[in-house]
Every structure is written in structure tokens, then in C-alpha cells.
Design a protein around this ligand. Structure first.
Ligand SMILES: [Ca+2]
Ligand SMILES: [Ca+2]
Ligand SMILES: [Ca+2]
Length: 867
């Protein structure tokens, strides 16, 4: 097949079919709508509609992140992604993704052309996107036919976000259907041999030994599809110029699947092999509703109080906004008329601010801007007292591995992974960033049981692995919290002997100390057996790693016995090879951070669990001596060499604080100044750079001040002066005055780390770094951020995240206290924070590192405000 289908009569037929299918908004609207044009940010734009063509690519980091390919932003909402040649009807996260081999933006021709390549199949295709009328055309060209292996598999796919279509309908060639709230088939079983291999040969499907897999069948097939014909904001019509469209429900095989529209590519054909005409409806003169960013938690009377108003570029900011007080027994009273100050453009929107710092009387307030009212929030001296409680009381207990976790009538999960763990074999590249080099670097043989690991530890994030690096950081944060603020809060019952946790049930022991103990139990077990911090403990199979629901059903909790058949059980052993693997490759930088945490934990645990405190310190000293010896005999080079020295500093500092030994003091003084210069000169340093980049070395140095030579504070001061200049620059970069990450993971964690650095610097150099720079971290988290104004900490603030990427995400819910990453900046200019779809990890997945740092910052802010 070649380009025989582009003649005028076909186009007319397509347009007529669309109109017949109800796909057009009516001639008036069409006439008013101007055509898509390429803008200077290299995507197609008209008011109310953007079409991105590989502005975002598949990064390969976590494979299909649902943020790449041809994407549609309709009325400010991204609802289509993944437009590309794909190799199956419903590609999952770990299915093959194409590499973008070339991208040409042709301003004169008003087209974007992309060459997509599947290296392993030597398969190239060319996608050409051209605006047409009120929509756009996608054409696919092949120079060589679809490779034989991909015949009947390669197709033009585009994915539509299910939650944007809940409670809406569709038409296919005029035949009606409902887009269901929950997937309900159809599917079919196929032989495993016919499946296009997933990442690295792993499989997301547990076939129970039957060599098969499941594929969804189309819900409907036809030439013309209209999604949500009843909804002018969501209506999109797609016409297949040649061939057929299939409408497929990807959720049948993966809960994070989208609705897929697909045309199979014809076999043995070259030239133009597929073509769609896509017409998203556009509401004439559509203007996005302003977002009024403010703290959903409220404000302390002494804080600055500045609302940041995010405006559509076509919107004109009002002159004033008002602050109303909500009263007990009369109508709300206007307390302040604020002048709205234009701030200027940032990314795709423009911004203005409204300052109500002058209002400091305790009470309940809301902001009125035009006819828009915000949620009601308090101003008062105690608003920050409890903001960290949900994270400490509920989220962390639910993250506890090897424990049965109960809350009143509800069980969050049973005791999990009691069959931990086997030595991972060498030379493997695993999902979730795990890998092993050529040696196990332990005394254990591949797949041999490493004893004593079924204790302590937390699920890293929305998945269930124990991640070494984030473990070390989390223990460290908890020790910092304990030593700086001594929170004796006790709302959790934790019984290590019986692996039992009960939420909202005091047991006479401070919860923070119990969490330190829980982390230290796991880490001490790792150093006792392996001798260094492990990269982590994670599933050996992808179809277990993708587990959603009760953690205790991820493995069978029975010790693997290879003499039994799969699924055969005898006593406490089974023949199912589901025990997790320990990834033990040695990384000095990682190990030093583990040593630091052990040394720190030993201090906190002194008097609480002396045996564990002794154990942690002995293991830390022994491991440090070994690392130093290895480093002397074979000095690490490259990244490990540079990063390792920085990490050694944290280990030396913690060993020194714990032991007061002179040898550690000498080494600290030897390492500290060169590290500071390296960090200041390092990549990414400078104004508006990555979160805390310039502050990284500073943080360690300022915390080491009490242990450095006399005069160290004065020697440190110029570095802080430089950092202060970076801080001041930030208020020109964006209206929020915090470093907003533009990487592949949203940046609330970076903002928290940055604000925490500011706290330490404020404590040591209050004349240089002010309190507001600490508070800004929490303003951002609590709703003063782009895209929306929800609090990014679930259940904290009047309105907060209603969905998150926790292990209960399949139920469209969250674990209270989760600190979500928040606002993802999609290239080139789109800030996004999905609050109706939990499955984008980069926006919605809380981590133990981020959560423990948040607890620290919340305590730090509260201390600054109340002391
Ligand atoms: Ca993980
Ligand atoms: Ca307790
Ligand atoms: Ca097992």
C-alpha cells in the first residue's frame, strides 16, 4: 500500500463521516476556531488545544512512563499520550518502546516529522504530523515493510487517559458505547512464544507455568471514533483514512493501562501505511480557570502570606483580590483588599501575587479572586503543630516490611517477605534500576540464602523493595529529627518479636525511636552478613514486582526449596522461586552512607535498645575501617571516586559525633574543605541550579561546624554568602522562590531538601539566610505551586492529594501522610499534577526518603515559629 488514500474525495468522506458521528462542534464553532500552528516552543498550538510531537521522549529510565510520543493537551488537560508505532494492542510499562532517531520541526511547512526506531528489529518508521482544519493529521511512512516478526503486531497507537473519560461515552461508526469505570474485558489467551519480549526478557504476566499470556481484544472496531461526544471539553474525533481503528482497554492487563486507539500496519507495504485525521473539539475563546496557590494548611501569624495566582496567558489579571474571614455567627467579612501584583511569565502561564501578610489575627479565612473562592484555611499560632503526624502515624507504619500492620478494624497488610532473601546472581540487569556486576562481592553463592534478613526495613516507595540508599538516608533523617527536636509522640504500637504494628495505639515508646530501631534492625543485618550496604532487596521476577495490594501476598513467605516443584509446599518450604533477591554489588559511596546511618542510629538507640546500639556502632566502625583499607589499596575513580569522598565525610562525621575519637576528627578536617570547593564548582552549581546543588557540600560542612578547627565558621562564611546570592536569584526564576525540578521526577523532595539546607544555614548564619527561605519549602508543598493548589501531603491541609501511587493505587486511593513528588514539568512548558489518576509515579509516588525529610522540615519550621 502506498499513498493512494489521500485524494480529496477520501478527505471529504472522512469529514462527512465525522460530522455524521457527531464529532464536530457545529459549524459556528468550527468557523471560529483558528487552526493549529507551530509555536516557538516547537509544538502545535491554538487557543484551548496543544499537540506535542515527541517534545517528550521515552527516556528508558522506567520505560513507558506515559509521558512521551504524540500528546494532546485539550483545554489545559493532557489526556492523550503515547502516539507512536507500538508493537502490541496495549503496551505496558516494560514493553518495547521506540527510540526517537530523528525529529524535524519544519516551521515553513507547519509539520513535525519523527523517525522512530526499534533497534532490536531493525525497524524504522516515519511519523508526520500536520495540522489540518481544526485538527491534525498523523501519517506513517515506511521505506521497508514491517519486519516479518512484527507483522500483525506493529501498529499506530495513541493512548487516552481513562479518568478523563470516566462516566462518558463513545461512538464508533455511529454505534454507541460507554467508557466503563472499571475494565470488563474482552481478553484472549495466546501462546507465550507469540509475544513480543518485554524488558530484558522479564514478564509482567504470571502464567503459572502454562506458557501463555493475555491480550485485550478491542471493545469496538470501525473507521470513525468519537470519544466523549457529549462533552465539549473532552470530545475528540478520530478518523482512519485507511484501514480500521480499534478501541482497546489497556486496563485489562495492567491497572495503569489507558484506553488505546490503534490501527494495525498493513503487511508487505511501504510508503504511507497509516493515516488518521484527529479532531479534538475546542471551545471558542477558551480560557483556563486561574489557580490560586496558597497554603492549604494555613499560616502562622508571623509568616509572610502570599498567594500566587496562575493565569492563562490570554487572561487579564484582576486589579484586586480579597481576604475574607469566616465567622461563627455571621456572613464572611472582608478583612483585606489586596492589590494583585503581576509577576510575569513562567513556563506556559503568567503569574501574579497577592500579599496578605498584614493579616495576623487568628481565625479562618479564604481568598476571593473574581468569582472564585479558595478553600478555607486557618491563620493561627498552632497551624503547623500536627502537619507531620499523618506521615509518622500512618504512612510510615504502613511502609514497614516484615510486619503485620493493623489500624482499628482494618489490616493494611500481613507480615511480608518472611522468606527473605537469596543472594542475587552476578551479571544481571534488573528492573527498577537494580543490577549486579561480575561478582557477588560476598561470601554467598548465587541464589544461596542470606540468613537473618527477614527483619525491619521499609518498602521503598509505591513498590515493595528495600532500597539500600534510601534506607540509609531515612534512618539518618529519623536520627536528625530525634536529636534536633526530641518528638516523644507515641501513637503506634510496635512489637518486633511478633512482627506486629497497630496504628493509633500508644505503647509507651516514642514512635521515632521505634522507626530508627526498625530501620537499624535491617541495616545491621545487612552489614552483619554482607559487610556493606546492599543496593537493595527486590523481587526476582517482574510479575511479582508489579504486585498491587497486600504486601504479604507478594511472595508465599515460605523458604524456597529447589527440591520441590513450583507451587508444591512442605512445612515452611515451597518450590515456588519467589523469595526476593539481595543485590550486593559494592559501592563505596553507598556503603559510607550506611555506615553514617549505623553510627547515628547507635546514638539514638542508646538507652532504648542498648544491644542494637552496640551492634550498630561495632558494625559501622568495622565497615569504615574496611572501606578505608580498600580505598587505599585500590582508590576508586570517576564518579564513585568523587561521590565516595563526599559520602565518606558523612560517615566520618557521624562516627566522630558518636565516638569523639581523634582519628575521625583528623579525617573530617582533612576532607571537609576540598569537598566544599568541589561541590561549589561541581556540575549544576550556580543560580537556579538543581535543588540544593550548591548547598550539598555546605549542608555537611555547617553540620560539622562544632567539630571543626577554631575559625571554621568564618572560613565557611564566604560559601554561605555565595549560596545566599543563589537564593536571591531564585525569586527571579519562578514566582514560588524555590528550585523547581524540570527532570523526569517531580520535585517536592528537592524542595524539602533545599529548605532543610536553609534551616541549618539559618541556624548557623541567621544574618545571611532568613526563616522565610525555610518556610517556602512548606508553602510549596502545602499548595503554593504550579498546576493546582492541593497540598501534596495527603490529608494535610484543607484540600490535599486524593490519589497517590501507593501500593493501594489500584483502588484509586492513597495512604494518609504520603508526601507526593507533586508537579512534573513536561517538556517544554507543561506543569502537571494529576489528581484523578494515581498511576504516574513521577507525580504521585511518595518515598521513604522524601517522607522522613518532610517530617524533619515540618518540625524545623514549627520550632522556628514557636521559639
Ligand atoms: Ca523501588
Ligand atoms: Ca510507640
Ligand atoms: Ca518463598
Amino acid at each position: 500500500m502506498t499513498s493512494s488514500n489521500t485524494n480529496a474525495s477520501n478527505i471529504r468522506a472522512a469529514v462527512l463521516a465525522l460530522a455524521a458521528a457527531g464529532g464536530l462542534a457545529g459549524t459556528t464553532a468550527v468557523a471560529q476556531q483558528s487552526a493549529l500552528r507551530l509555536n516557538d516552543r516547537d509544538y502545535f498550538e491554538t487557543r484551548g488545544l496543544n499537540v506535542l510531537v515527541f517534545s517528550n521522549q521515552y527516556t528508558g529510565m522506567f520505560f513507558d512512563e506515559k509521558t512521551a510520543g504524540i500528546e494532546i493537551i485539550q483545554h489545559g488537560v493532557r489526556l492523550a499520550t503515547g502516539g507512536a508505532i507500538r508493537l502490541g494492542p496495549a503496551p505496558e510499562q516494560w514493553d518495547a518502546i521506540p527510540k526517537m532517531a530523528d525529529r524535524k520541526v519544519d516551521k515553513a511547512a507547519n509539520t513535525i516529522t519523527c523517525v522512530l526506531r526499534y533497534e532490536e528489529y531493525d525497524f524504522d518508521s516515519r511519523l508526520v504530523v500536520t495540522p489540518e482544519g481544526t485538527g491534525f493529521r498523523i501519517a506513517v511512512y515506511l521505506d521497508k515493510p514491517v519486519p516479518e516478526k512484527l507483522e500483525g503486531k506493529a501498529g499506530l497507537n495513541m493512548e487516552f487517559l481513562p479518568s478523563r473519560y470516566f462516566e462518558r461515552t463513545y461512538l464508533v461508526d455511529g454505534k454507541p458505547g460507554i467508557l466503563s469505570r472499571y475494565p470488563d474485558g474482552p481478553t484472549q489467551v495466546k501462546p507465550a512464544a507469540t509475544r513480543i519480549p518485554q524488558y530484558n526478557g522479564y514478564s509482567t504476566f504470571d502464567d503459572r507455568g502454562r506458557n501463555e499470556y493475555v491480550e485485550p481484544d478491542p471493545l469496538a472496531v470501525g473507521k470513525a471514533l468519537v470519544l466523549a461526544p457529549e462533552d465539549p471539553e473532552r470530545r475528540i474525533a478520530i478518523q482512519a483514512v485507511s484501514g480500521e481503528l480499534q478501541l482497546i482497554d489497556g486496563r485489562n492487563v495492567a491497572q495503569n493501562g489507558w484506553f488505546i486507539v490503534r490501527s494495525l500496519l498493513p503487511v508487505k507495504a511501504t510508503g504511507k501505511v497509516a493515516e488518521w485525521l484527529v479532531r479534538p473539539n475546542v471551545i471558542p475563546n477558551w480560557t483556563r480557570t486561574p489557580v490560586i496557590g496558597f497554603s492549604q494548611v494555613g499560616y502562622h501569624p508571623t509568616q509572610k502570606k502570599v498567594a500566587v495566582i496562575e493565569l492563562d496567558p490570554n487572561d487579564k489579571s484582576l486589579d484586586t483580590a480579597s481576604l475574607f474571614e469566616v465567622l461563627a455567627d455571621s456572613a464572611p467579612a472582608e478583612r483585606l483588599k489586596m492589590k494583585v501584583q503581576p509577576w510575569g511569565p513562567y513556563l506556559r502561564y503568567k503569574y501574579a501575587t497577592a500579599d496578605f501578610s498584614s493579616v495576623n489575627r487568628a481565625g479562618l479565612y479564604y481568598i476571593q479572586y473574581g468569582n472564585q473562592k479558595t478553600e478555607t484555611f486557618p491563620i493561627g499560632p498552632n497551624v503547623y503543630d500536627a502537619v507531620w503526624h499523618p506521615t509518622a502515624d500512618v504512612w510510615f507504619p504502613v511502609q514497614m516490611d516484615h510486619m503485620f500492620v493493623n489500624e482499628a478494624y482494618r489490616v493494611w497488610h500481613g507480615a511480608a517477605h518472611m522468606d527473605d532473601a537469596l543472594q542475587a546472581p552476578p551479571n544481571i540487569r534488573q528492573f527498577d534500576g537494580y543490577r549486579m556486576g561480575p561478582s557477588t562481592e560476598t561470601q554467598y553463592k548465587p541464589l544461596e540464602r542470606i540468613p537473618g534478613l527477614a527483619v525491619g526495613g521499609w518498602f521503598d516507595a509505591g513498590d515493595f523493595d528495600i532500597q539500600g540508599g534510601s534506607h540509609a538516608g531515612t534512618i539518618m533523617s529519623f536520627v536528625d529529627i530525634w536529636e534536633a527536636f526530641k518528638p516523644r509522640r507515641d501513637q503506634t504500637f510496635i512489637d518486633q518479636a511478633n512482627h506486629y504494628v497497630d496504628i493509633h495505639r500508644p505503647d509507651g515508646k516514642p514512635d521515632i525511636l521505634q522507626q530508627i530501631e526498625h530501620g537499624a534492625l535491617q541495616m545491621a543485618a545487612e552489614y552483619r552478613t554482607v559487610g556493606h550496604l546492599v543496593r537493595g532487596i527486590v523481587d526476582s521476577q517482574l510479575h511479582r514486582y508489579n504486585h498491587l495490594g497486600d504486601a504479604s501476598t507478594q511472595t508465599d513467605n515460605l523458604i524456597f526449596d529447589p527440591s520441590l516443584k513450583p507451587y508444591q509446599v512442605e512445612g515452611n518450604r515451597s518450590g515456588t522461586p519467589d523469595d526476593r533477591w539481595v543485590f550486593t554489588d559494592r559501592m563505596p559511596g553507598m556503603s559510607y552512607s550506611g555506615i553514617a546511618s549505623l553510627a547515628a542510629a547507635s546514638r539514638a538507640l542508646r538507652g532504648f535498645n542498648d544491644a542494637l546500639a552496640d551492634d550498630c556502632l561495632a558494625l559501622a566502625k568495622k565497615a569504615y575501617a574496611e572501606e578505608r583499607q580498600t580505598a587505599t589499596s585500590t582508590p576508586p575513580t570517576g564518579f564513585e571516586g568523587r561521590f565516595g569522598q563526599g559520602a565518606e565525610l558523612t560517615a566520618v562525621l557521624q562516627l566522630l559525633i558518636t565516638t569523639k575519637e581523634q582519628s575521625y576528627r583528623d579525617r573530617l578536617n582533612e576532607l571537609i574543605w576540598p569537598s566544599l570547593d568541589r561541590a561549589a564548582a561541581g556540575p549544576g552549581a550556580g543560580p537556579g541550579a538543581g535543588p540544593g546543588r550548591g548547598g550539598w557540600g555546605l549542608l555537611t560542612a555547617v553540620r560539622a561546624l562544632p567539630y571543626l578547627e577554631p575559625g571554621a565558621a568564618e572560613r565557611l562564611r564566604p560559601y554561605v554568602v555565595k549560596y545566599k546570592a543563589e537564593l536571591d536569584e531564585l525569586s527571579k526564576v519562578n514566582p514560588y522562590g524555590v528550585p523547581i525540578s524540570t527532570g523526569g521526577w517531580a520535585g517536592s523532595g528537592g524542595v524539602v531538601g533545599w529548605a532543610t539546607t536553609n534551616y541549618y544555614l539559618h541556624e548557623a548564619f541567621p544574618d545571611l539566610v532568613d526563616r522565610e527561605s525555610v518556610y517556602r519549602g512548606l508553602y510549596f508543598l502545602f499548595g503554593t505551586h504550579p498546576a493546582s493548589n492541593v497540598s501534596l501531603v495527603a490529608t494535610v491541609g484543607t484540600r490535599s492529594k486524593r490519589l497517590a501511587y501507593g501500593n493501594n493505587r489500584a483502588d484509586f486511593t492513597f495512604i494518609p501522610g504520603v508526601v507526593t513528588p507533586g508537579v512534573l514539568i513536561l517538556k517544554p512548558d507543561y506543569p502537571e499534577n494529576m489528581d484523578d489518576w494515581p498511576f504516574l509515579w513521577a507525580e504521585n509516588e511518595g518515598t521513604i526518603g522524601g517522607a522522613s525529610q518532610y517530617i524533619f522540615l515540618a518540625n524545623a519550621v514549627n520550632e522556628l515559629l514557636t521559639k
